[in-house]
Write a protein that binds this ligand. Structure first.
Ligand code: ZN
Length: 275
């Protein structure tokens, strides 16, 4: 907050059915220590109830401890943007020469983070290890089970960063300059307008899927056009994209690429099997 009373604005937002921002809760604190986070997260938990939710956050010590206490450490996905920034600082400390070398190392980190299968993760790790042993050691020591897709076992809808928090901050950018009472009133006003806008937007939906999600499915259907499918056993089918065999189970709604179960919408492999 930058108004006359200062203070820190804490917020929690989730994604709505069309991948948009849905503000859940916020509060104002005089500091940002462990106790403040714990209080905020405990109140958030009361709102969420027993639902199994994934918290995407950076890994500041106060946050790590309070998230694991309230939601369990296995539900804490570390924001990949922060991980990448820390990796980049480590690269600078290692004194790696040249911009191109740094770019390559960051791309290798992307391959590690976004690999869906364990075997792809291992290949990406080997590539990084060959490139620079210290960088691979850094990855191992920085809890990839909290940020690499293949290592994080819970449903995170493929969300990698806490960018939604930035969206919330920028949504209330002007209001943060005002005093706290005015801020509360302006927030209520803005939230009301946002919800009405979302409700009116629903009229334009073709079914129960929002336009942004529909676009993603259309993209996956397009990508699936050149694949070859083989009948396998039971409800499952094998399909080949020319490089590997993947198994899609229509009844279980899974694919060995893990995209269907992780994102909640059919991957390109599932699309070809359904077609
Ligand atoms: Zn798939």
């Amino acid at each position: 907050m930058s108004g006359p009373y200062k203070g820190a604005l804490f917020s929690a937002s989730s994604y709505d059915a069309d991948n948009g921002m849905f503000p859940l809760a916020y509060d104002l604190f005089s500091s940002k220590n462990y106790e403040d986070w714990l209080w905020f997260l405990e109140k958030l938990k009361m709102v969420i109830g027993e639902r199994d939710v994934i918290i995407i956050f950076d890994r500041h010590q106060g946050i790590i401890h309070s998230v694991s206490e309230v939601f369990g450490s296995e539900n804490h996905a570390h924001c990949y943007r922060h991980i990448k920034e820390n990796f980049s600082s480590f690269l600078t400390k290692l004194n790696t020469k040249g911009r191109k070398v740094k770019e390559n190392a960051l791309q290798m980190l992307d391959s590690i983070a976004y690999a869906r299968l364990d075997c792809d993760y291992e290949v990406a790790m080997d590539t990084l290890r060959t490139f620079n042993h210290d960088l691979a050691k850094w990855v191992k020591e920085n809890n990839p089970q909290h940020w690499a897709i293949s290592k994080f076992k819970k449903m995170r809808w493929d969300k990698m960063t806490s960018n939604l928090a930035e969206s919330f901050n920028s949504w209330l950018r002007h209001e943060q300059h005002h005093n706290i009472c005015v801020f509360f009133i302006e927030h209520m006003d803005k939230l009301g307008s946002l919800l009405v806008e979302h409700k009116n937007g629903l009229v334009k939906w073709n079914g129960c899927i929002g336009p942004k999600i529909e676009e993603k499915i259309a993209l996956n259907i397009g990508k699936s056009e050149n694949y070859i499918t083989y009948l396998h056993l039971g409800s499952s089918m094998k399909e080949s994209n020319g490089k590997a065999f993947l198994e899609v189970d229509l009844m279980e709604r899974t694919c060995t690429c893990k995209a269907w179960q992780m994102f909640g919408i059919q991957c390109d492999h599932a699309c070809v099997v359904i077609r």
